[in-house]
Design a binder for this molecule. Structure first.
Ligand code: AMP
Length: 125
């Protein structure tokens, strides 16, 4: 069920639980402000999620409220996760669903990295 990204942060979401160590994850990379993990239900040969450690609902929320240090760390973590998983060797796609209409299901900002195969057109029509 897609969520409303304009709602206040709800720390019962699955990524908040992973960040608190209450649930396991298949970690790719951890930095001061970010965590990269393999998606539990991959839709591409390589499917990694990158999340900030801070409590941000969405890209919109993060862009408005995160510190410069958090933003720089997050952007670098996306690039580093792509390199570590070798998604960079043949090209990859970065995507962040933001809000209900975009299909965001987990109300904690996450960027998807897709790679390891031809990815086809950007959107199905
Ligand atoms: P979105 O639809 O953009 O909100 O994407 C949420 C993503 O989180 C989906 O691709 C799920 O497969 C993924 N996901 C849900 N639970 C977990 C989990 N415990 N560990 C890793 N990925 C998860």
């Amino acid at each position: 069920m897609p969520i409303d990204h304009s709602l206040p942060y709800d720390d019962s979401n699955i990524f908040a639980k992973i960040l608190r160590g209450e649930l396991p994850c298949n970690k790719v990379l951890e930095t001061e402000h970010s965590l990269a993990l393999h998606d539990i239900n991959p839709v591409a040969a390589i499917h990694v999620l990158v999340i900030p450690k801070g409590a941000y609902v969405s890209w919109d929320d993060f862009a408005a409220k995160a510190s410069d240090a958090e933003i720089a760390d997050f952007v670098r973590a996306v690039g580093e996760a792509a390199r570590l998983t070798e998604a960079d060797t043949q090209g990859y796609r970065v995507l962040s669903n933001t809000g209900k209409r975009a299909g965001q299901e987990v109300p904690h900002l996450h960027v998807h990295i897709f790679g390891g195969q031809p990815l086809g057109p950007m959107l199905a029509r």
